[in-house]
Design a protein around this ligand. Sequence first.
Ligand code: NAD
Length: 368
Amino acid sequence: MANPSLLILAGDGIGPEVMAEVKKIIAWFGTRRGVTFDVSEDLVGGCAFDKYGTPLHDDTMAMAQAVDAVLLGAVGGPKYDKLDFSLKPERGLLRLRKEMDLYSNLRPAQCFDALADFSSLKKEVVAGLDIVIVRELTSGVYFGEPRGIFTEGNERVGINTQRYTESEIARVARSAFELARRRANKVCSMEKANVMESGILWREVVQEIHDKEYPDVDLSHMYADNGAMQLVRWPKQFDVIVTDNLFGDVLSDCAAMLTGSLGMLPSASLGAPMANGRPKALYEPVHGSAPDIAGQGKANPIACILSFAMALRYSFNMGDDATRVEKAVEKVLADGVRTADLMGPEGGKPVSTSQMGDAVIAALDASL
Ligand code: NAD
Protein backbone atom coordinates (compact mmCIF):
# COMPACT_ATOMS: atom_id res chain seq x y z
CA MET A 1 0.00 0.00 0.00
CA ALA A 2 1.20 3.53 -0.77
CA ASN A 3 2.49 5.63 2.11
CA PRO A 4 0.14 8.33 3.40
CA SER A 5 0.92 11.61 1.61
CA LEU A 6 1.19 15.05 3.13
CA LEU A 7 1.86 18.46 1.58
CA ILE A 8 3.50 20.89 4.01
CA LEU A 9 2.99 24.59 3.35
CA ALA A 10 4.76 26.28 6.25
CA GLY A 11 4.11 29.83 4.99
CA ASP A 12 5.30 33.03 6.63
CA GLY A 13 6.41 34.42 9.99
CA ILE A 14 6.28 31.79 12.73
CA GLY A 15 4.77 29.27 10.26
CA PRO A 16 8.13 27.62 9.42
CA GLU A 17 9.19 27.71 13.09
CA VAL A 18 6.16 25.82 14.40
CA MET A 19 6.16 23.51 11.39
CA ALA A 20 9.76 22.50 12.13
CA GLU A 21 8.47 20.91 15.34
CA VAL A 22 5.77 18.99 13.46
CA LYS A 23 8.43 17.70 11.08
CA LYS A 24 10.26 16.25 14.09
CA ILE A 25 7.08 14.40 15.05
CA ILE A 26 6.57 13.15 11.49
CA ALA A 27 10.15 11.81 11.60
CA TRP A 28 9.43 10.25 15.01
CA PHE A 29 6.52 8.31 13.50
CA GLY A 30 8.90 6.97 10.85
CA THR A 31 11.58 5.79 13.25
CA ARG A 32 9.51 4.82 16.30
CA ARG A 33 6.13 3.76 14.89
CA GLY A 34 7.10 2.48 11.44
CA VAL A 35 4.72 4.91 9.71
CA THR A 36 6.40 6.74 6.85
CA PHE A 37 4.66 9.74 5.37
CA ASP A 38 5.44 10.85 1.81
CA VAL A 39 6.04 14.51 2.57
CA SER A 40 6.27 17.19 -0.08
CA GLU A 41 6.80 20.87 0.67
CA ASP A 42 6.03 24.11 -1.09
CA LEU A 43 5.30 27.77 -0.54
CA VAL A 44 2.11 29.67 0.28
CA GLY A 45 1.40 33.28 1.18
CA GLY A 46 4.02 36.02 1.22
CA CYS A 47 6.95 33.67 0.60
CA ALA A 48 5.17 32.28 -2.49
CA PHE A 49 4.60 35.84 -3.70
CA ASP A 50 8.30 36.61 -3.22
CA LYS A 51 9.33 33.60 -5.30
CA TYR A 52 6.50 33.15 -7.83
CA GLY A 53 4.71 36.53 -7.85
CA THR A 54 1.52 34.87 -6.62
CA PRO A 55 0.45 33.73 -3.12
CA LEU A 56 -0.32 30.25 -4.46
CA HIS A 57 1.28 28.84 -7.61
CA ASP A 58 -0.90 26.62 -9.85
CA ASP A 59 1.58 23.76 -9.36
CA THR A 60 1.18 24.05 -5.58
CA MET A 61 -2.59 23.97 -5.99
CA ALA A 62 -2.28 20.82 -8.07
CA MET A 63 -0.06 19.23 -5.40
CA ALA A 64 -2.66 20.08 -2.74
CA GLN A 65 -5.36 18.38 -4.79
CA ALA A 66 -3.27 15.23 -5.16
CA VAL A 67 -2.24 14.50 -1.54
CA ASP A 68 -4.14 12.86 1.32
CA ALA A 69 -3.82 16.00 3.46
CA VAL A 70 -2.35 19.50 3.48
CA LEU A 71 -0.72 20.91 6.61
CA LEU A 72 -0.37 24.70 6.65
CA GLY A 73 1.56 26.94 9.06
CA ALA A 74 0.46 30.55 8.72
CA VAL A 75 0.50 33.29 6.12
CA GLY A 76 0.88 37.07 6.11
CA GLY A 77 3.07 39.83 7.43
CA PRO A 78 3.46 43.61 7.38
CA LYS A 79 5.75 43.42 4.33
CA TYR A 80 2.74 42.40 2.23
CA ASP A 81 0.14 44.79 3.65
CA LYS A 82 0.31 47.17 0.68
CA LEU A 83 -0.07 44.49 -2.01
CA ASP A 84 -3.12 44.48 -4.23
CA PHE A 85 -6.01 42.50 -2.67
CA SER A 86 -5.65 39.72 -5.25
CA LEU A 87 -1.98 39.17 -4.35
CA LYS A 88 -2.23 39.29 -0.56
CA PRO A 89 -0.89 36.22 1.29
CA GLU A 90 -4.37 35.34 2.61
CA ARG A 91 -5.58 34.88 -0.98
CA GLY A 92 -3.40 31.78 -1.20
CA LEU A 93 -5.18 30.23 1.75
CA LEU A 94 -8.60 31.24 0.44
CA ARG A 95 -7.81 29.70 -2.94
CA LEU A 96 -6.86 26.41 -1.28
CA ARG A 97 -10.10 26.34 0.72
CA LYS A 98 -12.21 27.27 -2.30
CA GLU A 99 -10.69 24.98 -4.94
CA MET A 100 -10.51 22.02 -2.54
CA ASP A 101 -14.14 22.84 -1.64
CA LEU A 102 -13.46 22.56 2.09
CA TYR A 103 -16.97 23.19 3.35
CA SER A 104 -16.67 21.81 6.88
CA ASN A 105 -14.44 23.67 9.33
CA LEU A 106 -13.69 21.84 12.58
CA ARG A 107 -12.56 24.00 15.45
CA PRO A 108 -11.99 22.05 18.67
CA ALA A 109 -12.08 23.85 22.00
CA GLN A 110 -10.22 21.62 24.38
CA CYS A 111 -9.03 22.80 27.76
CA PHE A 112 -6.02 20.97 29.16
CA ASP A 113 -6.28 20.81 32.93
CA ALA A 114 -2.85 22.36 33.36
CA LEU A 115 -4.03 25.48 31.53
CA ALA A 116 -7.50 25.85 33.07
CA ASP A 117 -6.32 28.93 34.99
CA PHE A 118 -5.63 30.67 31.67
CA SER A 119 -9.28 30.94 30.74
CA SER A 120 -11.19 34.10 31.52
CA LEU A 121 -13.90 31.83 32.94
CA LYS A 122 -13.87 30.00 36.26
CA LYS A 123 -11.67 26.92 36.34
CA GLU A 124 -14.55 24.52 37.05
CA VAL A 125 -16.42 25.79 33.97
CA VAL A 126 -13.57 24.99 31.56
CA ALA A 127 -11.39 22.27 33.13
CA GLY A 128 -11.67 19.13 31.01
CA LEU A 129 -13.68 20.91 28.31
CA ASP A 130 -13.63 19.06 24.96
CA ILE A 131 -16.04 20.30 22.30
CA VAL A 132 -15.85 20.83 18.53
CA ILE A 133 -17.58 23.51 16.50
CA VAL A 134 -18.32 22.51 12.92
CA ARG A 135 -18.71 25.66 10.87
CA GLU A 136 -20.03 25.67 7.30
CA LEU A 137 -17.20 27.37 5.41
CA THR A 138 -18.02 27.90 1.74
CA SER A 139 -21.53 29.36 1.60
CA GLY A 140 -23.95 31.55 3.55
CA VAL A 141 -23.90 35.30 3.98
CA TYR A 142 -20.19 35.72 3.16
CA PHE A 143 -20.82 34.45 -0.37
CA GLY A 144 -24.54 35.02 -1.14
CA GLU A 145 -25.68 37.33 -3.96
CA PRO A 146 -26.74 40.10 -4.25
CA ARG A 147 -24.06 41.82 -2.26
CA GLY A 148 -22.53 45.28 -2.35
CA ILE A 149 -23.03 48.89 -1.39
CA PHE A 150 -25.72 50.54 -3.54
CA THR A 151 -27.44 53.90 -3.64
CA GLU A 152 -31.14 54.05 -2.94
CA GLY A 153 -32.69 57.49 -3.19
CA ASN A 154 -30.29 59.81 -1.44
CA GLU A 155 -28.54 57.29 0.79
CA ARG A 156 -26.29 54.22 0.53
CA VAL A 157 -27.40 50.74 1.43
CA GLY A 158 -25.10 47.80 2.25
CA ILE A 159 -26.41 44.39 1.21
CA ASN A 160 -25.33 40.84 1.94
CA THR A 161 -27.47 37.79 1.35
CA GLN A 162 -27.79 34.75 3.54
CA ARG A 163 -28.37 31.83 1.18
CA TYR A 164 -28.17 28.10 1.75
CA THR A 165 -29.20 25.22 -0.50
CA GLU A 166 -30.44 21.95 0.93
CA SER A 167 -27.36 20.11 -0.30
CA GLU A 168 -25.01 22.62 1.32
CA ILE A 169 -26.74 22.14 4.66
CA ALA A 170 -26.96 18.38 4.26
CA ARG A 171 -23.25 17.84 3.61
CA VAL A 172 -22.05 19.85 6.60
CA ALA A 173 -24.68 18.15 8.78
CA ARG A 174 -23.31 14.75 7.69
CA SER A 175 -19.81 15.91 8.57
CA ALA A 176 -20.99 16.85 12.09
CA PHE A 177 -22.87 13.58 12.60
CA GLU A 178 -19.87 11.54 11.42
CA LEU A 179 -17.66 13.45 13.84
CA ALA A 180 -20.10 12.96 16.72
CA ARG A 181 -20.08 9.21 16.17
CA ARG A 182 -16.32 9.24 16.86
CA ARG A 183 -16.89 11.26 20.03
CA ALA A 184 -19.73 11.48 22.59
CA ASN A 185 -22.38 11.04 19.85
CA LYS A 186 -24.14 14.38 20.48
CA VAL A 187 -24.83 17.17 17.99
CA CYS A 188 -26.38 20.55 18.74
CA SER A 189 -27.38 22.48 15.61
CA MET A 190 -27.51 26.28 15.94
CA GLU A 191 -29.36 28.81 13.74
CA LYS A 192 -31.96 31.54 14.07
CA ALA A 193 -35.04 29.67 12.83
CA ASN A 194 -37.17 32.07 14.87
CA VAL A 195 -36.35 35.02 12.58
CA MET A 196 -34.65 33.67 9.41
CA GLU A 197 -36.07 31.47 6.65
CA SER A 198 -32.60 30.12 5.96
CA GLY A 199 -32.60 29.09 9.63
CA ILE A 200 -35.92 27.27 9.22
CA LEU A 201 -34.54 25.35 6.24
CA TRP A 202 -31.29 24.66 8.14
CA ARG A 203 -33.19 23.15 11.05
CA GLU A 204 -35.45 21.05 8.78
CA VAL A 205 -32.59 19.64 6.69
CA VAL A 206 -30.39 18.83 9.70
CA GLN A 207 -33.35 17.01 11.29
CA GLU A 208 -34.10 15.10 8.04
CA ILE A 209 -30.49 13.96 7.61
CA HIS A 210 -30.49 12.89 11.23
CA ASP A 211 -33.73 10.92 11.01
CA LYS A 212 -32.78 9.17 7.76
CA GLU A 213 -29.07 8.54 8.22
CA TYR A 214 -27.96 9.14 11.82
CA PRO A 215 -30.88 8.27 14.13
CA ASP A 216 -28.39 6.91 16.68
CA VAL A 217 -26.86 10.37 17.26
CA ASP A 218 -28.40 12.55 19.97
CA LEU A 219 -29.53 15.73 18.10
CA SER A 220 -30.76 18.99 19.62
CA HIS A 221 -31.43 22.44 18.13
CA MET A 222 -30.70 25.81 19.68
CA TYR A 223 -31.02 29.44 18.58
CA ALA A 224 -27.52 30.74 17.97
CA ASP A 225 -27.85 33.68 20.37
CA ASN A 226 -28.79 31.31 23.18
CA GLY A 227 -25.91 29.11 21.98
CA ALA A 228 -23.45 31.96 22.56
CA MET A 229 -24.81 32.42 26.06
CA GLN A 230 -24.69 28.69 26.83
CA LEU A 231 -21.10 28.44 25.57
CA VAL A 232 -20.02 30.89 28.22
CA ARG A 233 -22.43 29.66 30.91
CA TRP A 234 -21.74 25.91 30.78
CA PRO A 235 -19.78 24.82 27.68
CA LYS A 236 -19.41 21.22 28.86
CA GLN A 237 -23.09 20.56 27.95
CA PHE A 238 -21.96 20.35 24.29
CA ASP A 239 -20.09 17.75 22.27
CA VAL A 240 -20.34 18.76 18.59
CA ILE A 241 -21.99 22.03 17.53
CA VAL A 242 -22.89 22.48 13.85
CA THR A 243 -23.73 25.90 12.51
CA ASP A 244 -23.57 28.17 9.47
CA ASN A 245 -20.68 30.29 8.25
CA LEU A 246 -21.51 33.55 10.04
CA PHE A 247 -22.65 32.11 13.37
CA GLY A 248 -19.79 29.62 13.21
CA ASP A 249 -17.27 32.40 12.74
CA VAL A 250 -18.44 34.12 15.91
CA LEU A 251 -19.21 31.05 18.03
CA SER A 252 -15.94 29.27 17.23
CA ASP A 253 -13.85 32.28 18.23
CA CYS A 254 -15.85 32.55 21.42
CA ALA A 255 -15.45 28.83 22.19
CA ALA A 256 -11.77 28.83 21.30
CA MET A 257 -10.98 31.56 23.75
CA LEU A 258 -12.55 29.55 26.56
CA THR A 259 -9.34 27.58 26.51
CA GLY A 260 -6.69 30.28 26.89
CA SER A 261 -3.89 30.89 24.39
CA LEU A 262 -4.12 31.29 20.63
CA GLY A 263 -0.94 29.21 20.44
CA MET A 264 -2.91 26.11 21.50
CA LEU A 265 -5.72 26.02 18.92
CA PRO A 266 -5.73 23.60 15.97
CA SER A 267 -8.26 23.39 13.13
CA ALA A 268 -9.26 21.18 10.24
CA SER A 269 -11.12 22.09 7.06
CA LEU A 270 -12.69 19.10 5.38
CA GLY A 271 -14.32 18.55 1.99
CA ALA A 272 -15.97 15.74 0.09
CA PRO A 273 -14.64 12.18 0.43
CA MET A 274 -11.84 11.22 -1.99
CA ALA A 275 -11.40 7.82 -3.68
CA ASN A 276 -9.87 6.44 -0.45
CA GLY A 277 -13.04 7.37 1.46
CA ARG A 278 -11.22 10.07 3.47
CA PRO A 279 -12.21 13.72 3.09
CA LYS A 280 -10.15 16.30 1.23
CA ALA A 281 -8.47 18.10 4.07
CA LEU A 282 -6.38 21.03 5.17
CA TYR A 283 -5.08 21.28 8.73
CA GLU A 284 -3.75 24.50 10.24
CA PRO A 285 -3.31 26.28 13.55
CA VAL A 286 -5.90 29.00 14.17
CA HIS A 287 -3.22 31.63 14.82
CA GLY A 288 -1.58 33.83 12.20
CA SER A 289 2.06 34.47 11.35
CA ALA A 290 2.71 36.49 14.56
CA PRO A 291 5.22 38.93 13.05
CA ASP A 292 5.84 40.41 16.51
CA ILE A 293 7.63 37.24 17.66
CA ALA A 294 8.72 35.70 14.33
CA GLY A 295 12.34 34.55 14.13
CA GLN A 296 12.86 34.68 17.89
CA GLY A 297 12.18 31.06 18.83
CA LYS A 298 9.30 32.17 21.05
CA ALA A 299 6.32 30.72 19.17
CA ASN A 300 4.26 27.99 20.76
CA PRO A 301 4.21 25.03 18.33
CA ILE A 302 1.36 23.18 20.09
CA ALA A 303 -1.45 24.48 17.84
CA CYS A 304 0.43 23.19 14.80
CA ILE A 305 1.28 19.89 16.53
CA LEU A 306 -2.39 19.40 17.49
CA SER A 307 -3.38 20.19 13.89
CA PHE A 308 -1.15 17.31 12.80
CA ALA A 309 -2.88 15.12 15.42
CA MET A 310 -6.19 16.02 13.76
CA ALA A 311 -4.72 14.94 10.42
CA LEU A 312 -3.76 11.60 11.95
CA ARG A 313 -7.34 11.15 13.14
CA TYR A 314 -9.38 12.42 10.19
CA SER A 315 -7.15 11.83 7.16
CA PHE A 316 -5.04 8.83 8.12
CA ASN A 317 -7.41 6.80 10.28
CA MET A 318 -4.80 6.80 13.06
CA GLY A 319 -7.06 7.80 15.94
CA ASP A 320 -4.93 6.02 18.57
CA ASP A 321 -1.82 7.82 17.41
CA ALA A 322 -3.69 11.13 17.36
CA THR A 323 -4.61 10.51 20.99
CA ARG A 324 -0.98 9.58 21.69
CA VAL A 325 0.17 13.00 20.39
CA GLU A 326 -2.56 14.82 22.34
CA LYS A 327 -1.64 12.95 25.53
CA ALA A 328 2.02 13.80 24.99
CA VAL A 329 1.09 17.50 24.78
CA GLU A 330 -1.05 17.13 27.90
CA LYS A 331 1.85 15.49 29.77
CA VAL A 332 4.30 18.21 28.79
CA LEU A 333 1.92 20.90 30.00
CA ALA A 334 1.21 19.01 33.22
CA ASP A 335 4.98 18.87 33.78
CA GLY A 336 5.01 22.67 33.68
CA VAL A 337 6.82 23.09 30.35
CA ARG A 338 5.68 26.47 28.97
CA THR A 339 6.43 28.68 26.00
CA ALA A 340 6.28 32.42 26.73
CA ASP A 341 2.60 32.76 25.77
CA LEU A 342 1.68 30.22 28.48
CA MET A 343 3.57 31.87 31.32
CA GLY A 344 1.31 32.86 34.19
CA PRO A 345 1.74 35.87 36.48
CA GLU A 346 3.94 33.74 38.75
CA GLY A 347 6.61 33.88 36.04
CA GLY A 348 9.34 31.30 35.47
CA LYS A 349 11.59 30.54 32.55
CA PRO A 350 9.84 29.87 29.25
CA VAL A 351 11.14 27.25 26.84
CA SER A 352 11.82 27.97 23.18
CA THR A 353 9.77 26.68 20.25
CA SER A 354 12.20 23.88 19.61
CA GLN A 355 12.51 22.95 23.30
CA MET A 356 8.73 22.58 23.43
CA GLY A 357 8.87 20.32 20.37
CA ASP A 358 11.64 18.26 21.98
CA ALA A 359 9.60 17.91 25.18
CA VAL A 360 6.66 16.55 23.15
CA ILE A 361 9.00 14.08 21.43
CA ALA A 362 10.32 12.94 24.83
CA ALA A 363 6.74 12.43 26.03
CA LEU A 364 6.00 10.45 22.84
CA ASP A 365 9.05 8.27 23.53
CA ALA A 366 7.78 7.69 27.05
CA SER A 367 4.39 6.62 25.68
CA LEU A 368 5.80 3.57 23.88
P1 NAD B 1 -1.62 36.40 15.03
O1 NAD B 1 -2.41 35.19 15.34
O2 NAD B 1 -0.50 36.23 14.08
O3 NAD B 1 -1.03 37.01 16.40
C1 NAD B 1 -1.86 37.52 17.44
C2 NAD B 1 -1.05 37.52 18.76
O4 NAD B 1 -0.93 36.18 19.23
C3 NAD B 1 0.36 38.04 18.59
O5 NAD B 1 0.72 38.76 19.76
C4 NAD B 1 1.21 36.81 18.48
O6 NAD B 1 2.54 36.97 18.95
C5 NAD B 1 0.44 35.81 19.34
N1 NAD B 1 0.58 34.46 18.83
C6 NAD B 1 -0.02 33.92 17.73
N2 NAD B 1 0.35 32.66 17.55
C7 NAD B 1 1.20 32.36 18.54
C8 NAD B 1 1.95 31.21 18.89
N3 NAD B 1 1.88 30.07 18.17
N4 NAD B 1 2.74 31.25 19.98
C9 NAD B 1 2.82 32.35 20.73
N5 NAD B 1 2.13 33.48 20.45
C10 NAD B 1 1.34 33.49 19.37
O7 NAD B 1 -2.65 37.50 14.49
P2 NAD B 1 -2.37 38.96 13.91
O8 NAD B 1 -1.25 39.60 14.65
O9 NAD B 1 -3.69 39.61 13.87
O10 NAD B 1 -1.91 38.74 12.42
C11 NAD B 1 -0.55 38.66 11.98
C12 NAD B 1 -0.52 38.26 10.52
O11 NAD B 1 -1.06 36.92 10.40
C13 NAD B 1 -1.38 39.13 9.62
O12 NAD B 1 -0.69 39.29 8.40
C14 NAD B 1 -2.65 38.33 9.43
O13 NAD B 1 -3.29 38.63 8.22
C15 NAD B 1 -2.11 36.93 9.42
N6 NAD B 1 -3.08 35.88 9.82
C16 NAD B 1 -2.97 34.69 9.18
C17 NAD B 1 -3.79 33.64 9.54
C18 NAD B 1 -3.59 32.32 8.85
O14 NAD B 1 -2.55 32.11 8.27
N7 NAD B 1 -4.54 31.40 8.94
C19 NAD B 1 -4.71 33.79 10.58
C20 NAD B 1 -4.77 35.02 11.25
C21 NAD B 1 -3.95 36.06 10.86
